[in-house]
Design a protein around this ligand. Structure first.
Ligand code: GLY
Length: 340
């Protein structure tokens, strides 16, 4: 088991990698606990949290909106939740986002924690304190910065994860290695077979590494004024892909990583050899690296990104494996790159 701290401005978060959901009671108050989960997790694991009142959302990104959060506020109110209540989100990225957002806004905020059940949630969505919901299909338009008290990453729960969900998490793991850890990039390359076979030790090692990378970046720059922007590697293009094609998040990020690597190579920042290594790793992890759609459609969605500043956008480019830079690019420059 590994314990990793995220130190936010007003609160701290403790991430426990390798902890079991069976020990949830060690981390929560003895009363006033409300669970938010989704139908998939509820089906498989409801016996592990049957003592608590629960709200079950439909699985999938479509639930991450203000309509479902309004339903949860009403449920909390009817169930007698007050400022001293404690919300626990048990699920993947969507559940963590919904639960974190609801807890941060219900009665101006109650404490909350997560049991992250998907690989994507364990390495990314549960860590960092951003809690948001989508608006009109655009991701995370409404949200808060607020750290969960705890995150339990129970890697034994990954054995029931659908294969596509597993590779979604791998995309975020690869992203973290690209940002800060060339050794773990090699470790992933050397352990493809074990990763695909869900070897708990190898996955737990890499989950902890990913969480450490993210925790240290978030601790340095919780509100994304500078350094934290690096975590958007693959996401600027990836979010636009997700919006247009409704692909799963990790697959969209994988396509976004390819775009960023190709742009970095074009600008002379990334060696062709490293571009090829990345493509091979993504392919072996069963992640897509391109789409058949006209990239100008994706570009249109990119121009509506919430991180756009006038006619430019901060893009994360690769200078090698384990080394990225933040570059403000004119939208026209990106359009030219696509067209030529
Ligand atoms: N909750 C995800 C993040 O803060 O990045």
């Amino acid at each position: 088991m590994e314990i990793i701290q995220v130190k936010g401005k007003v609160s701290e978060s403790t991430i426990i990698v390798g902890e079991s959901i069976l020990n949830l009671s060690k981390y929560i108050p003895s009363k006033g606990v409300f669970i938010i989960t989704d139908e998939n997790v509820d089906k498989l694991y409801s016996d592990k949290f049957s003592n608590f009142p629960k709200f079950v959302v439909k699985a999938g990104e479509a639930s991450k909106n203000l309509l479902s959060t309004s339903e949860i506020y009403r449920w909390l109110l009817d169930a007698g939740a007050d400022r001293s209540s404690f919300v626990v989100g048990i699920g993947g990225g969507v559940v963590c986002d919904i639960a974190g957002f609801v807890a941060s806004t219900y009665m101006r905020g109650v404490e909350f924690g997560f049991v992250a059940t998907s690989l994507l949630a364990q390495v990314d969505a549960s860590v960092g304190g951003k809690n948001g919901v989508d608006l009109d299909g655009y991701k995370n338009i409404v949200g808060t910065f607020n750290q969960p008290k705890f995150v339990i990453c129970d890697t034994s729960m990954l054995k029931t994860l659908p294969a596509v969900e597993l590779s979604n998490g791998f995309a975020e793991m690869v992203k973290h290695c690209l940002i800060a850890d060339a050794n773990d990039f090699s470790f992933m390359e050397e352990n493809i077979g074990k990763l695909m076979n869900r070897d708990v030790d190898v996955i737990t090692h890499l989950v902890a590494k990913s969480v450490r990378i993210k925790a240290s970046i978030v601790t340095a720059d919780e509100h994304e004024k500078g350094e934290r922007k690096k975590l958007n590697l693959g996401h600027t293009w990836g979010h636009a892909v997700e919006k247009i094609l409704s692909l799963p998040h990790g697959q969209s990020v994988s396509i976004g990583l390819e775009f960023s690597a190709r742009l970095s190579a074009e600008k002379g920042l990334l060696e062709k050899r490293d571009y090829m290594r990345l493509m091979n790793l993504l392919r072996e992890l069963q992640l897509p690296i391109c789409t058949s759609i006209n990239p100008l459609h994706i570009f249109d969605a990119l121009t509506k990104d919430k991180k756009k500043i006038d006619d430019s956008i901060d893009f994360i480019l690769m200078k090698g494996i384990g080394n990225v830079v933040i570059e403000r690019l004119q939208l026209n420059e990106i359009k030219n790159f696509i067209e030529h």
